[in-house]
Each structure stands twice: as C-alpha cells, then as structure tokens.
Design a protein around this ligand. Structure first.
Ligand SMILES: Cc1cc2nc3c(=O)[nH]c(=O)nc-3n(C[C@H](O)[C@H](O)[C@H](O)COP(=O)(O)O)c2cc1C
Length: 199
C-alpha cells in the first residue's frame, strides 16, 4: 500500500471482529513501532501486549468506570489485542546522564521542559496505528480514565512508569462504521493549519 494511502485510510476503528490476530502480526506491527525516533536513542518505550481473551477481559474489568460500565454489546465487539505503550522516564534520565548529553542538565525528570518519553511513546503509537492499517487491521487509540495504577499493578508494570494511552488492535467488524469526533467534525483547511514563514 502507498504510504499516503495508509495515512489517509487510517481512522479509529471501534468495533472489531473477534477473530484472533496472529502473534506474529502483532510482533510485526510493534517491530515497526519501536523503530520510531527516540530522544538520544534512549529507546525508553515498552509495550505491554494483552492478547488472550482472559487478559483483555482483565483490562476492561479493571479500567471500567464503575458508575458507567461498558455495555455487553460494546465488550463483545472490542479489540482482541490491547497494547499499552509505556513511557519509561528512567531510560531518558540515565541516557542524558551520559557524557555526551550531560551538559543539557536533564538528569532529573522534572527538568525536562517537554517530557520526551511521552513524545517518543506517542510517535511509536502513531507508527503502530499506521502499521496496523498496512497489515489489514484496525487500530483504536484511547485513554485510560479509571484505575490505571491498579491495572499496571495487575500486570506487574514497575512503579513510576505509565502508558500514554491504549492501542486496541483487531480485524474491523463487517458492520463497523466510523464513529467518534472524527466522523462528526470537519477537518480544518490546510492553509488555516499551516503558517508559512510566520503565524
Ligand atoms: C491523544 C488521543 C486521545 C484519544 N482518546 C480517545 C478516547 O479516549 N476514546 C476514543 O474513542 N477515541 C480517542 N481518540 C481518538 C480521536 O477521537 C480520533 O483520533 C479523532 O476523532 C480523529 O478521528 P480519526 O482518528 O478516526 O481520524 C484519541 C486520540 C488521540 C490522538
């Protein structure tokens, strides 16, 4: 598929066929995702992959909003694979403590004006979403609104590091149609968004 077609075809898919995605397809997607740029080549992005019905069910059970629980209908068409791109600031402060980076003064996570570990995890997530399209899958990026630390503890993620969000992957359901803000709002015109040689 042409790169520009991959970009244009990508949109968030929120209803999935329940056919399992082979592990090697997920690995292919994440192998591309980890080739995204990282500051100082710190490579501080890890991926927690949940790809069994049990672990995916654990994900929804733990993160569900107890007041507004997910409907059975929603869960029956959920992504069959959940990937958490986890940004590890410790790899960045360690990398920027090395001789060639020490002068930047970024040995402490609080000193970073932009948290490059979150930037890098976002870049990896975008690559994963595009790679999903290229591999015939749908992808859905969304945030965790409830019980994030409980979720991370359940899956043994070390204290102090966290995901930037969630990537749901799977085969698009036959009856899936675009939903969400992207389907109900107009894209801004290019010349409104691009400020050439000044704002
Ligand atoms: C940082 C970020 C957070 C998002 N959070 C959610 C979310 O929590 N739930 C959801 O359904 N979609 C979420 N989205 C998807 C956006 O709604 C979607 O990308 C946007 O409406 C444009 O649609 P498209 O990606 O289908 O082109 C998120 C996207 C981004 C980049």
């Amino acid at each position: 598929m042409e790169f520009s077609d991959t970009v244009r075809r990508r949109r968030m898919v929120r209803r999935f066929d329940q056919r399992p995605v082979p592990a090697d397809v997920v690995d292919r997607i994440l192998d591309l995702a980890r080739r995204s740029p990282t500051a100082g080549f710190a490579q501080g992005v890890d991926f927690l992959v949940l790809d069994t019905p049990e672990t995916v069910a654990d994900f929804w059970r733990i993160t569900d909003d107890r007041e507004f629980p997910m409907s059975d209908e929603f869960l029956a068409a959920g992504p069959t694979v959940i990937v958490l791109p986890i940004a590890d600031h410790r790899r960045y402060t360690a990398r920027y403590s090395e001789d060639d980076k020490a002068d930047f003064g970024l040995q402490d996570a609080d000193a970073w004006p932009v948290k490059f570990w979150d930037v890098d995890a976002s870049m990896a997530a975008m690559t994963a979403l595009l790679a999903a399209v290229d591999n015939g899958l749908g992808g859905w990026f969304f945030g965790i609104s409830e019980h994030e630390r409980e979720l991370l503890d359940h899956f043994g993620v070390p204290d102090g590091i966290r995901p930037i969000g969630v990537i749901g992957l799977g085969y698009r359901a036959d009856d899936e149609t675009p939903t969400g803000s992207g389907s109900s709002r107009q894209r801004r015109p290019l010349d409104e968004q691009v400020h050439r040689n000044g704002w």
